[in-house]
Ligand binder design. Structure first.
Ligand code: PLP
Length: 380
């Protein structure tokens, strides 16, 4: 009998049955009264969930589109922007911003370490930055940025907006928009929300909405806040056809999050991450990110000497678990293991066990069962 395949990459993450059922519903007219009420409730629930007095936009597109939507609505050609990068997705903002004619400065560190917050503060003092981008969890390194501390610093600079890429964090890592000083937060459906890919979410605090107003007409059309705002307030209006079934699916995900409790969900992610990371280390793997900045949503797991990446991931897939390869300089050196969203102990124990079976098949010497044992001892 074949193993059931668990998708443990950093997005898409496992989709629960109740969410799948929403996607399988008969698609209705986008002005259907039940649907428009559901859409409106979703937008309001997302605002409430992450505590902002501002707005939330739910639009069809991927996380990358949400990155562009965030930048496009609070900056204009010629503005200075500071990009704090902890890896591949942080770097993605560079090209994105340069194409918009922004003057880009970048702060980065070697992969696996955070940029010190003092460096961010001194950089912000150097010139007038209209915005700073920070990737909450960079999927390429598994580094979690200290958003709360960075928010405290950015609050001192009245003209600077804090844009946070939460694609691999939101609904898994602790985020409260207004109190953490976040001006724009962006996310997408397929990571810690546990919904299939296809929906982008952008939250804009009051300062960001003011900035958008001051910009007048912007060059972008589909991702303009002003085009979508009337629909977010009244989904009976039309701008672009909403992704009806994905909106239902995301609404179910938010219901599951509220049922679990957001704080409980954040704590679960931290506990699971620490236990999974300890389990990997007990088998003989390393973790790329420094201990003080490890993400709760995924781990970037470094192979011990002599383990071939392609072979490992091929056998692991046969054992029923799909993980992702490393990016950039870490391609071939590590695998990326997602442990975020709507997952439970069944899924995590199965994943660790499949990793152990793979290492056994590869002839690696270790104490069989130590990974599962370490996880269980830490989680229980
Ligand atoms: C996955 C990811 C993105 C890109 O999202 P897409 O949906 O693939 O466009 C952006 N930022 C981070 C941090 C991500 O993890």
């Amino acid at each position: 009998m074949k193993n059931k395949k668990l998708v443990m990459i950093p997005g898409p993450t496992p989709v629960t049955e109740s969410i799948m059922l929403e996607m399988g519903r008969a698609t209705c007219a986008f002005k259907d009264a039940e649907f428009t009420a559901d859409y409106k409730k979703l937008v309001n629930d997302l605002k409430k969930m992450l505590k902002t007095e501002g707005e939330c936009f739910v639009v069809a597109g991927t996380g990358t589109m949400a990155m562009e939507m965030a930048v496009a609505n609070v900056t204009k050609k010629g503005d200075n922007i500071l990009i704090v990068s902890h890896g591949y997705f942080g770097d993605r903002f560079i090209d994105l911003c340069e194409r918009k004619g922004l003057n880009v400065d970048v702060l980065a560190n070697e992969w696996g370490k955070t940029v010190p917050v003092e460096d961010i503060e001194s950089k912000l003092k150097e010139k007038d930055y209209v915005a700073i981008t920070v990737t909450h969890v960079d999927t390429s390194t598994g580094v979690c940025a200290p958003i709360k501390e960075i928010g405290e610093i950015v609050k001192k600079f009245k003209n600077t907006m804090l844009i946070v890429d939460g694609v691999c964090a939101t609904a898994g890592e602790r985020e409260y928009i207004d109190e953490m000083g976040i001006d724009v937060l962006l996310a997408s459906s397929q990571k810690a929300f546990g919904v299939s890919p296809g929906l982008a979410m952008v939250w804009a605090g009051p300062k960001a909405m003011d900035r958008r107003k001051g910009l007048g007409t912007i060059p972008e059309f589909y991702i303009d806040f002003e085009k979508w705002l009337p629909i977010m307030h009244d989904p009976n209006k039309y701008f672009g056809t909403p992704a009806v079934n994905l909106i239902w699916a995301l609404k179910e995900s938010v219901r599951l999050i509220n049922e679990e409790g957001l704080e409980e969900r954040y704590e679960r992610h931290i506990k699971d991450a620490e236990a999974v990371q300890a389990a990997m280390e007990s088998i003989g793997f390393g973790i790329l990110a420094d201990k003080n900045c490890r993400a709760a949503t995924l781990s970037n797991v470094i192979y011990p000497e002599g383990i071939d990446d392609a072979e490992f991931r091929k056998i692991l897939a046969e054992e029923g678990v799909v993980v992702a390869g490393g990016l950039g300089a870490y391609s071939g050196k590590l695998f990326r293991l997602g442990h975020m969203g709507n997952i439970d102990k069944h899924i995590i124990v199965s994943t660790i066990s499949a990793i152990e079976r793979t290492m056994m098949r590869l002839g690696y010497e270790f104490e069989v069962g130590i990974g599962v044992k370490t996880y269980l001892e830490m989680i229980m």
